[in-house]
Write a protein that binds this ligand. Structure first.
Ligand SMILES: C[S@@+](CC[C@H](N)C(=O)[O-])C[C@H]1O[C@@H](n2cnc3c(N)ncnc32)[C@H](O)[C@@H]1O
Length: 139
């Protein structure tokens, strides 16, 4: 299992929460749009609330290229972003908001949209954020 994030603080918090189980995880700090993963490395790609920070089309393209090359054929891709009625910003940063079909379209026909679902996420601050989850299989 690999956990990837731009923030060393986020990684440290997640690592601490896992306690002794943290050792089974490969922790990587970096920018996902520049990450270098081996071909067909992953069975499952799971992203919650990272992809929607990519507001530049070139960054989204770079992200999708990495999913395409590092997820094995038949592998599973779960991406959760803010929904079309979700927040316009997060942590003061602009974000993208998606309908399921539009999120799937960014990834393209190599990925079959299997299922999608909305979630009303209650934050630790008591606010509610509308998310959309897309589950795709890589053909
Ligand atoms: C809202 S948090 C979500 C964290 C976690 N995935 C979750 O669901 O609780 C967004 C995370 O995206 C990370 N992030 C933003 N841009 C990134 C990038 N280009 N590459 C890797 N991580 C990024 C941030 O450091 C932050 O930890």
């Amino acid at each position: 299992m690999t956990v990837f994030d731009l923030s060393s603080t986020a990684l440290a918090v997640a690592r601490q929460r896992l306690g002794k189980h943290a050792d089974i995880v490969h922790w990587i700090e970096g920018d996902i749009t520049r990450a270098k993963f081996p071909m067909n490395r992953f069975d499952i790609w799971h992203d919650r609330a990272v992809f929607h920070f990519l507001t530049d089309p070139a960054d989204r393209h770079a992200y999708v290229e990495r999913v395409l090359s590092s997820v094995r054929p038949g592998g599973h891709v779960i991406v959760a972003t803010f929904a079309e009625d979700g927040p316009e910003k997060c942590s003061g940063l602009p974000v993208m908001r998606y309908q399921p079909e539009a999120l799937h379209a960014v990834f393209g026909d190599t990925f079959q949209l299997v299922e999608h679902e909305k979630e009303a996420h209650r934050t630790p601050f008591g606010t509610v954020q509308q998310f959309v989850y897309c589950y795709c299989r890589k053909r």
